[in-house]
Design a protein around this ligand. Structure first.
Ligand code: NOJ
Length: 683
């Protein structure tokens, strides 16, 4: 093996290996190891071949084992597996330290600082196929991906299994949702010891008493199947979503191709994971050029009233998307400074079992007769507002793709700068028998984003595949749902999202990217839904605008409910949606979290603090403020007797002058929260 390596290694790589003494013979099962350290040296990674010549890696955080030796490789159909008998042909090392600017985001400037090691491997015996493994070590985690170069003996590949493992040592507590279990990503998070993890989604967050918090996820999921993880004791194994029902194949590809990056974010505790931008860093820079047409913003819409069953998506006497009703929302948006008005149920296709593979009925250019789309587009535009299109597909991706070009042309022609897409179905299969998050769906989602970009339309995607940082490359893909959102509070048979849901997802789902959670419900007891209520206080609904990041935020409740509480509504009108920077002030997954964000290009800050079902005293340290300034803090907190069960709508608004170094102390009610606006006074 050494002979092969020395023969093929680049001069630069060889000198790096020798001078930095990065070559060692130090593990029982790995004959040769190559070491990679993050820029600070706190995170280290070792690559090695096992005695049978199978690639493997391990990683340490602050000198402590984080990932034990874990195997890598592929099982193919109609070709020998690419597993063992490999030798290292070449090692190339590189580093980068750049800072890039997000066009919009939770953090304007992001430092991309890493060391990389690219290994070219080949089978020592015929057919001598080649595979590259690229590892990166950042100060907030590690990442690796496979690349299969173009070669004579490996052209078309059908991947049965990607054999990537994540073997963990230590007693981890795992925070997970089940994969391929019928409800896409829409579950409450389960918290179990690692050994009880089944087939689960990523990001998978792992916490422990002592030692780093980890989150396993992926980046740049394109032209490939989604990676779920299967737990086996202390090991997690990549489990790719099948391509079609009944097929053992997960991915069909032609060389050359790269897999998505497999990522393990690491931090001292779970709060540190929230401000890790590793997934974004691994994605390619913006491919759309000038994206000045992509605007963060706030919206209202004909939506919550449908979930409350006050109106219907389908046609008939209770049809929600009428011209008259839409005008009311447009007027409300214009009067209160909102950017957009979402209208669901505007188009033909809702009459029938649309959620149950309804037969290609959705039309994306044909409005119901009681919805005058031309007049409404003009009415909105005259008032400085735009309509947000809605493309519910009923998970009929073929029907949608057939209409894609005309559908986006229609949006553009009508001045609709954004669209909400949806893929509702019962189960995990699309009408064409492809899996909801399999390779074909991933390709479909990419096509929708690109088509939208060609028409200068922003996409907010529901029931789509999880976020792996594509917004960096396609900044028009502004937000997604991909978790249980607000709507579950209206109709879920389990009574809706319990208060701890929003104290968990900032540490799990939100690590992937923005979420269209749609906060802002003020009428929390839901008279039209007697079996349900929103399990938060009103003040917590306000705090969610800061805690749950999205560049497009809905004020989800009905205008009449906002009119009842104009002083609390002021926070929704004021809160920013685009940020200079984000700080996590405190947090404990499942218990509470407090996040501060500074307005992009401004001096003001907003803070959101939330708790689970337990009341708790918080003391927020304002040391993130500029020391040379005073700020007017407007504090929206729970009333003394507020409680999400019995008294959710009780809140207090206070105003006072604060400086860096002050603390804001308050008591969060059971299921409660606090939202703060910190307006900088002039110096
Ligand atoms: C599910 C989406 O999450 C929800 O927001 C939407 O109203 C319905 N589908 C109908 O498309």
């Amino acid at each position: 093996m050494m002979r092969t390596m020395n023969r093929r290694i680049t001069g630069r790589s060889l000198s790096v290996l020798h001078s930095a003494a990065l070559l060692c013979f130090c593990h029982a099962t790995a004959a040769v190891e190559y070491r990679l350290a993050s820029p600070s040296g706190d995170i280290t990674l070792e690559f090695g071949l096992t005695e049978s010549g199978q690639p493997s890696y391990s990683a340490k955080y602050d000198g402590q084992a984080a990932i034990d030796r874990s195997l890598l490789g592929f099982d193919f159909r109609r070709a020998a597996d690419l597993v063992d008998g490999m030798v290292v042909e070449q090692v190339d090392r590189s580093s980068a330290d750049t800072t890039w600017e997000q066009p919009w985001g939770e953090q304007r400037l992001i430092r991309d600082h890493y060391n990389e090691m690219r290994l070219t491997l080949s089978e020592s015996a015929a057919p001598a196929r080649r595979m590259e493994l690229v590892f990166r070590a950042y100060d907030d985690g590690i990442a690796f991906r496979y690349r299969l170069p173009e070669q004579e003996n490996l052209d078309r590949v059908e991947i049965l299994d990607e054999l990537s493992e994540f073997n963990l040592s230590g007693d981890y507590s795992a925070w997970w949702t089940p994969a391929l279990a019928g409800e896409k990503y829409e579950y409450l998070t389960r918290n179990t010891p690692l050994e009880q993890v089944e087939l689960v989604h990523t990001p998978l967050t792992l916490t422990r008493e002592r030692g780093p918090a980890l989150a396993i996820h992926e980046a740049v999921l394109k032209d490939y199947a989604t990676m779920n993880l299967r737990g086996e004791g202390h090991s997690l194994k990549a489990a790719l979503v099948p391509i079609h029902k009944g097929s053992p194949v997960k991915v069909e590809a032609r060389t050359p191709f790269s897999t998505p990056w497999r990522t393990v974010q690491m931090a001292d505790s779970e709060t540190g994971l929230i401000t890790s931008y590793l997934t974004l860093n691994l994605n390619e820079p913006n491919k759309l050029g000038d994206v000045s047409w992509v605007h963060p913003g706030k919206y209202v819409g004909i939506w919550w009233e449908l979930h409350l069953e006050k109106g219907t998506w389908h046609s008939g006497p209770k049809h929600g998307a009428t011209t008259e009703n839409t005008k009311k929302y447009i007027d409300f948006a214009a009067q209160n400074g909102f950017d957009g008005v979402l209208v669901e149920g505007w188009n033909r296709g809702w009459d029938g079992e649309w959620w149950n593979h309804g037969g290609g009925a959705f039309r994306f250019t044909e409005a119901y007769p009681d919805y005058d789309v031309d007049a409404l587009s003009r009415y909105a535009s005259d008032r400085g507002v735009y309509l947000i299109g809605h493309h519910e597909t009923g998970a009929e991706t073929d029907n949608y793709e057939r209409q894609l070009e005309e559908a986006y042309d229609f949006l553009q022609q009508h001045g609709m700068k954004a669209v909400k897409t949806g893929y509702v179905e019962t189960g995990e299969l699309l009408t064409n028998n492809n899996y909801h998050h399999g390779q074909r769906f991933v390709q479909h989602a990419g096509k929708v984003t690109r088509t939208a970009a060609e028409h200068k339309v922003m996409v907010v995607a529901h029931e789509t595949v999880k976020d792996t940082g594509e917004r960096r490359t396609y900044p028009n893909l502004v937000s997604r749902e991909v978790a249980r959102g607000q709507e579950y509070n209206a109709w879920a048979e389990d009574g809706g999202n319990p208060p701890n849901h929003t104290t968990i997802i900032p540490f799990t789902r939100m690590l992937a990217g923005p979420m269209d959670f749609t906060p802002g419900i003020f009428d929390l007891t839901l008279p039209s839904r007697p079996d349900n209520q929103v399990n938060t206080t009103l003040a917590k609904q306000l705090a969610l605008y800061v805690v749950i990041y999205s560049p497009v935020q809905m004020a989800a409740d009905l205008p009449e409910n906002y009119r009842k509480y104009p002083d609390a509504f002021q926070f929704i009108k004021d809160v920013a949606v685009d940020w200079e920077t984000t700080r996590v002030l405190s947090g404990d997954i499942g218990q509470h979290v407090a996040i501060a964000r500074q307005v992009r290009g401004g001096e003001d800050w907003f803070v959101g603090a939330i708790t689970n079902e337990k009341a708790r005293d918080v003391a927020l340290d304002l040391d993130f403020l500029d020391t040379g300034r005073s700020y007017t803090a407007t504090i929206y907190r729970d009333g003394e007797k507020a409680d999400y069960r019995a008294n959710p709508e009780s809140y207090v608004i206070e105003s006072r002058r604060v400086n860096a170094g002050d603390k804001i102390r308050t008591r969060l009610a059971p299921g409660g929260g606090m939202a703060i606006r910190l307006a900088a006074e002039s110096k």
